[in-house]
Design a binder for this molecule. Structure first.
Ligand SMILES: [Zn+2]
Ligand SMILES: [Zn+2]
Length: 121
C-alpha cells in the first residue's frame, strides 16, 4: 500500500537512502509516513503525519514537511505527483508529493527531487 521513494539532489548529490512512505495494511488509519526534513542538522526522514509533533530524532528541532496536504486530490493540478495518499475513507482530502524541486537539507539549494522507486505493503 505504501511507496518507496528516493530523494536525489542534483547539486550536492548526497547519497540519500530510499524511504518508505504511506501506510501499511494494519495501521494506515493511525500511521502514514511522509518525508520530512530538518534544515538545522540536515536530516531527511519519514514522520507519521498524524503525530502531533514532528521532531528531529537527532537534534529535536521541529521538522519541515515535503509535499502538502490538499482538499482536492483529484484535481488535475496534482496529476504530476510522485506519491499521493488519500486520508479518511471518503472525500478527496489527502497528501501529495509533487514531481518538483524541493529544498535539499544538505546543501540548502532547491534541487531536491523525489523519485518513486517501488511499492511495499
Ligand atoms: Zn543538495
Ligand atoms: Zn535535526
Amino acid at each position: 500500500m505504501g511507496s518507496l521513494i528516493t530523494p536525489h539532489c542534483s547539486n550536492c548529490k548526497f547519497p540519500f537512502k530510499q524511504m518508505m512512505v504511506g501506510g501499511g495494511m494494519r495501521d494506515f488509519l493511525e500511521s502514514v509516513k511522509i518525508p520530512f526534513s530538518c534544515y538545522d542538522c540536515g536530516t531527511l526522514s519519514v514522520q507519521n503525519i498524524y503525530s502531533p509533533s514532528k521532531k528531529c530524532s537527532k537534534c529535536r528541532k521541529e521538522m519541515v514537511m515535503f509535499g502538502k496536504e490538499v482538499s482536492d486530490m483529484d484535481s488535475d493540478e496534482y496529476r504530476d505527483c510522485v506519491f499521493d495518499w488519500g486520508m479518511g475513507s471518503f472525500g478527496s482530502e489527502g497528501y501529495v508529493l509533487m514531481n518538483e524541486k524541493y529544498q535539499c537539507p544538505k546543501c540548502k539549494t532547491h534541487n531536491l527531487l523525489f523519485e518513486n522507486t517501488g511499492m511495499w505493503d
